[in-house]
Design a protein around this ligand. Structure first.
Ligand SMILES: [Zn+2]
Length: 99
């Protein structure tokens, strides 16, 4: 699945959230791919919040997408640019009704 916001980048839901709410997705970029586990978390300020954990790296990000329309993520890319692949990927899954 291609993400129009980022040419060459794909996101694929590889595991639907299970009974504990833990799922997994794959972010592809060219020939590279990274796998993430995620779990939806309660979000007090609107939108939908996810805890996202890159498998094999131990880094945990909290990502928020949806209304109100100012997403957030804790990764360095988002801090610097105000956008990132985690937000773009989860927003794409949410907009497709996959999560
Ligand atoms: Zn991010």
């Amino acid at each position: 699945m291609a993400d129009a916001a980022a040419p060459g980048r794909t996101i694929t839901l590889v595991r639907q959230p299970d009974r504990r709410g833990i799922g997994a997705f794959r972010l592809g970029e060219g020939a590279k791919a990274q796998f993430y586990a995620f779990r939806e978390i309660r979000c007090e300020i609107g939108g939908r919040g996810f805890a996202v954990h890159r498998l094999g790296r131990g880094v945990l990000y909290h990502v928020r997408v949806g209304a109100p329309d100012d997403p957030s993520c804790e990764c360095l890319g988002f801090l610097r640019w105000g956008r990132c692949k985690h937000v773009a990927g989860l927003a794409a899954l949410v907009s497709r009704g996959r999560v």
